[in-house]
Design a protein around this ligand. Structure first.
Ligand SMILES: Cc1cc2nc3c(=O)[nH]c(=O)nc-3n(C[C@H](O)[C@H](O)[C@H](O)COP(=O)(O)OP(=O)(O)OC[C@H]3O[C@@H](n4cnc5c(N)ncnc54)[C@H](O)[C@@H]3O)c2cc1C
Length: 503
């Protein structure tokens, strides 16, 4: 088994991982960055980054208030204020690293507005290609760092109650990198479901790694389903997103007969909050038995110029959005919860930090406000990098124990995704979740000697955590909808920490 040493290990090369790695590297630490996959969710982000700019009619108070309203009583107000207040600094740092945003006029960024925001505060790039620009700039800034592609983190190693390294799989087989500080920046968990907007690497690894290391995770029942994911009949896996801005420009949601889906459901109609729209589409599909609904954007002028990414995705699927309604379904999109961490990424396990979508900082509560996740990744990623750099110096070199776990429970992936999609999707109920528990309990021991097997194991652990959390939350709140408990229960207005997958 190969062995190496670093001061700081960063797991992930999306916005949170690269910002953290740059911060630790700029403090003189020997940083090793691991990535199992070539793409990231960061790359696919469309809408933009929510940030309060100076000298506008916006304010930190207004952005905090909007975030708390979306979070449906479960945000940590102090964490929200801390992250939102640091947004402009973090964005300026990204600009110093080479990112460019669309301008309304030279020297003034163009600001757009998305669902739930009371002001125009979303900066964007390339129209609807913000994530690609963020990723491009960070990849370039981090080009001289020690980035190891095709390296999968399999296990966090700890001794005497502190992190000592990571067990890793690469083309030479399993090995160990010893380090006193590890930053989890592994992104989301969309591949718990048959179809998702997330890239192939979003298999909940960070949540599983934390659970195995005894580190609390929380709020994992709050999975945001985007109402409009492109549907092309048979495809599972990553599906393109049709940005909310299409409805902002007048796109209408209709069923196969052309009947409006949102009329009479919510005063804001097609622009109602994401969870309301996703639940309404889900209800219509259950009622009609149709496989998909439609987003009619045929009347939007200059569609291809305004939405180049969406147009390209539709054309690749053989759909011309200017001539035919776009077939859509709600799709697993964003994990609001995750590994419990502070606003500087610190977790309960000394030396372990978490940033980006994998972390639960209290920023999103029961529902994420649009475009707040890139913001959180930038701010918490940079703070976690600094904190990990300091921690590595104070702790000094570590020697990880070599007793490793080779086998854990896994359900075959397609079976797990079918069960999650059926019982733990947009709308859940107790009976379905109990059935899901039974199916997850039938998982078999699996050796994980390749990335795919490891991901199945991680998905199964994460699915158990999501199911346990969804069962325990006997109410509807934010993006967790229970048909057997349709109301919000004020007595449950707190996060529940799960120390182990107990379903
Ligand atoms: C289609 C789409 C559109 C979006 N639009 C927006 C938007 O407009 N605004 C916004 O704020 N947010 C948006 N989001 C959400 C946002 O993009 C993500 O939440 C954010 O980019 C996550 O960043 P991250 O650094 O945490 O993870 P990611 O960018 O997903 O990166 C995760 C990294 O971890 C690596 N990894 C995972 N597991 C392992 C392992 N075991 N070993 C080694 N490496 C591992 C992966 O290879 C990858 O490098 C969107 C998301 C999607 C999918």
């Amino acid at each position: 088994m190969w062995q190496q040493r670093a001061d700081v290990i960063v797991i992930g090369t999306g916005v949170a991982g690269l910002v953290a790695a740059l911060a630790a590297h700029r403090r003189g630490r020997n940083v090793v960055v691991l990535s199992k996959a070539s793409d990231t969710a960061t790359f696919y982000a469309q809408g933009g980054i929510a940030v309060v700019l100076p000298d506008t009619d916006d304010s930190i108070d207004a952005h905090v208030a909007d975030t708390l309203a979306a979070g449906a009583g479960l945000c940590d107000p102090a964490a929200v204020r801390s992250i939102v207040s640091d947004g402009y600094r973090a964005v300026r740092e990204l600009v110093d690293d080479g990112a460019r945003f669309d301008e309304a006029e030279p020297g003034r960024w163009s600001l757009t507005r998305e669902g739930g925001h009371s002001r125009r505060r979303i900066i964007h790039s390339g129209g609807d290609a913000t994530g690609a620009e963020v990723q491009r700039a960070l990849d370039r800034a981090a080009a001289t760092l020690d980035i190891r592609r095709n390296h999968t983190a399999l296990q966090l190693l700890a001794d005497d109650g502190a992190v000592t390294g990571v067990r890793v799989l690469n083309d030479d087989g399993p090995g160990i990198i010893h380090a006193p500080a590890v930053i989890l920046a592994t992104g989301g968990l969309g591949h718990l479901y048959s179809a998702t907007t997330n890239p192939a690497g979003s298999t909940g690894d960070g949540v599983a790694l934390a659970i195995w290391a005894g580190v609390p995770v929380s709020d994992v029942e709050f999975i945001q389903f985007h109402p409009t994911m492109l549907f092309d009949g048979h495809a599972g896996g990553r599906r393109p997103l049709i940005t909310e801005a299409v409805r902002g420009e007048g796109g209408k949601l209709v069923d196969r007969q052309g009947n409006s889906i949102m009329t009479g459901v919510h005063p804001m109609g097609d622009l109602a909050p994401r969870d309301v729209v996703a639940a309404a589409i889900d209800a219509r599909l259950r009622e009609t038995g149709d496989p998909c609904a439609y987003l009619d954007a045929r009347h939007i002028a200059d569609f291809a110029r305004r939405f180049p990414t969406v147009t390209a995705a539709c054309r690749a699927a053989g759909i011309d959005p200017t001539r035919q309604p776009i077939p859509i379904v709600p799709g697993a999109h964003y994990s609001c919860g995750g590994v419990v961490a502070g606003v500087d990424g610190r977790t309960e396990l000394p030396g372990l930090f978490a940033a980006g979508e994998v972390a639960r900082t209290g920023m999103h509560g029961a529902n994420r406000l649009a475009s707040n996740s890139l913001l959180e990744g930038l701010v918490v990623g940079s703070r976690a990098g600094k904190a990990a750099a300091e921690h590595a110096v104070t702790t000094g070199a570590t020697q990880a124990e070599l007793d490793t776990v080779e086998t854990r429970l896994a359900l075959p992936r397609a079976k797990l995704q079918r069960a999650m999609s059926k019982y733990a999707s947009v709308v859940r109920d107790g009976e379905g979740l109990q059935q899901l528990c039974r199916e997850l309990e039938a998982a078999d021991p699996r050796e994980f000697t390749c990335r795919a097997d490891f991901e199945d194991v991680a998905l199964t652990t994460t699915a158990r955590a999501v199911t346990a959390a969804a069962l325990a939350r006997t109410e509807s709140r934010g993006c967790h909808h229970r048909s057997d408990f349709p109301d919000t229960d004020p007595a449950l207005a707190q996060s529940q920490a799960l120390e182990a997958a107990c379903c």
